[in-house]
Write a protein that binds this ligand. Structure first.
Ligand SMILES: [Ca+2]
Ligand SMILES: [Ca+2]
Length: 192
């Protein structure tokens, strides 16, 4: 015959055992969660699909920077910027001759798209003639403007040129040109 104390004692032991199991399971889950690579904010290039709306993007590593070439559809500057942001990136900035040359070489020699136009994040929409990289908020310091650019050309519909594209205008390579932000073309995103 079990008396009340034995039953209570056994019951308490079971509760303690259950508590230990639950605690242990939770901490294991937490550890698994912390080491889950899909939680990494910059993992777009690691072949790991991010949860939610982001996709795995085929990134291009050139020097210290990682880019995505937007060559599957053409878009105006705003839509291109939105597309990059949606995938955890920004339209690209170019801060040195080395960055410029590596990107140009890849677009021309590897992608075979040296004749196309590509958006960067450069713009002078805030103040005419003063170009900033929207990706970083920093002023454009290194420049690679084509001859006569930026010329802020004014079109018949009144639109002027406020967005910075790469364009091989005259066979001298992918130089910089200011062009209307509504122009639809390819683009370069970069991982921040
Ligand atoms: Ca302008
Ligand atoms: Ca221009």
């Amino acid at each position: 015959m079990l008396d009340v104390r034995t039953v209570l004692c056994k019951g308490t032991l079971w509760v303690i055992l259950l508590c230990l199991l639950v605690t242990c399971g939770t901490s294991q889950q937490l550890r698994a969660h912390r080491s889950d690579p899909s939680e990494c904010a910059n993992c777009v290039d690691e072949g790991v699909g991010l949860a939610g709306n982001r996709w795995t993007m085929p990134l291009l590593k050139l020097g210290e920077k990682r880019y995505y070439l937007g060559i599957f559809f053409k878009a105006n500057w705003y839509r291109a910027a939105q597309y990059c942001r949606y995938h955890g990136m920004h339209l690209a900035s170019i801060n040195s001759q080395e960055e410029n040359d590596k990107l140009e070489k890849h677009i021309r020699d590897f992608a075979g798209l040296g004749h196309e136009h590509f958006w960067t994040s450069g713009t002078d929409q805030a103040e005419e003639g003063v170009f900033f990289w929207m990706s970083t908020g920093r002023p454009v310091t290194f420049t690679n403007w084509n001859t006569g650019e930026p010329n802020n050309f004014r079109y018949e519909n009144g639109e002027e040129e406020h967005c910075l594209e790469l364009w091989n205008r005259d066979g001298k390579g992918l130089k910089w040109n200011d062009t209307p932000c509504s122009f639809e073309t390819f683009f370069v995103c970069e991982v921040p």
